[in-house]
Write a protein that binds this ligand. Sequence first.
Ligand code: SF4
Ligand code: SF4
Length: 446
Amino acid sequence: MSLFNLFGRPSFNHGIHPPSNKTVTGKTPIRRLPFPGMLVIPLNQHIGKPAIPIIKKGEEVVRGQPIAKADGFVSVPIHAPATGRIKGIELMPTAQGRNAPSILLEVYEGATQEVLWGEEQTIGDMSDEALRQAIQNSGMVGLGGAAFPSHVKLTIPEDKSVDTLVVNGCECEPYLSCDHRMMLEHPRALMRGIRYAMRATGTKQAVIGIEDNKMDAVETLRANLPRDGSISVEAVETKYPQGSEKMLIKSLLGREVPAGGIPAEIGVVVNNVGTLAALGQLLPKGEGLIERVITVAGPGVKHPGNYLVPLGTPIGFVLDQVGYEGSQTEFILGGPMMGPAVSALDTPVTKGTSGLLVLNEPDIESETLRIWPCIKCARCVDACPMHLNPSHLGQLAAKRKYETMAEEFHLNDCFECGSCSYVCPSNIPLVQYFRIAKAINREQAA
Ligand code: SF4
Ligand code: SF4
């Protein structure tokens, strides 16, 4: 059922091999950070409609209590990450680069780490619909960075049916290792979460795909598999962007998602290991998502590692705790290939934050190196996992032929992995061009 490369590991065509930089954090157990004095909790930390506050300024809340409700189906509630008092709802910086309405929660000194809200629930007694509702109530979203509400992803459209749950444990972005640690430290919770996702989607089999630079995780999960054979673990080649949905499906199942389509069209639903492990922890206790594991790494960090961080913690507080030594004014939230750079230290960790990277001046400078003309070396063509021609697309972008890019050269198949920019010897910021082109096309279509 899999595709095999020359070395015997399932893989996809093209892609790149950037240095992984995961050795230190991948070997260090997850540590918990304390509460900051103030949490900044954006109402829009998921894809879809922002949550609606259900608390008032001055109100006391306890850790785990719902403080905002979902606004419709493509939305999730938000729970208080700590016990304290609501200071207000204000516009605050976010990772998306614009200020957004956020709940400010002043944390009580000495506030307990115990979760004070939640009711045990027996998942086995629930209907499948009630299970999906429980998932929405937990406020769970894709923790791999997509922040797509999990209950929506696990609701298969009526005109489709899926046979396989693909569980994404690749974590192919350099530096990031929070999923790796979750697989090593919480394998049973992950297996529970996979069972819930299989029930919610009606799939009879699940395949966990893990890059072969994490063989300890492969072995740990294999030792925890159920005996009925419904869940399997497969090591795939270590290659970027192996962790993108389409690439992983191709590597594990040999199936191709049609252009512009979704995995359900070929009978597949994909979820990230961190998301399912968190679901496996929260659902039986009837609790909401109030904290997450993030990788904090980069040359400017004194104690790199994976940290369990209350949602809403400002990145400046995280840096104080991990011993930050640097003069940078830009930090990357997520992995270096796809994560956005932020400059405001009061930008909070949210549900979609998988990493906080502090890179040295030379690493940041490399983004602003001089751009040379295209030398037609075709390295970008060889790197593109979607078999696009980034060089040609780049030339069209320079001439502002954005519509032609989309209509004739499949711009919308580009999922902005950044592989083409990474290999370009002329430092042409191809992926930035494509982001701009897509944004302009979207604006014109609106
Ligand atoms: S950013 Fe887009 S064009 Fe460039 S390699 Fe990735 S998918 Fe291909
Ligand atoms: S990698 Fe850069 S220089 Fe080479 S063909 Fe692509 S755009 Fe041109």
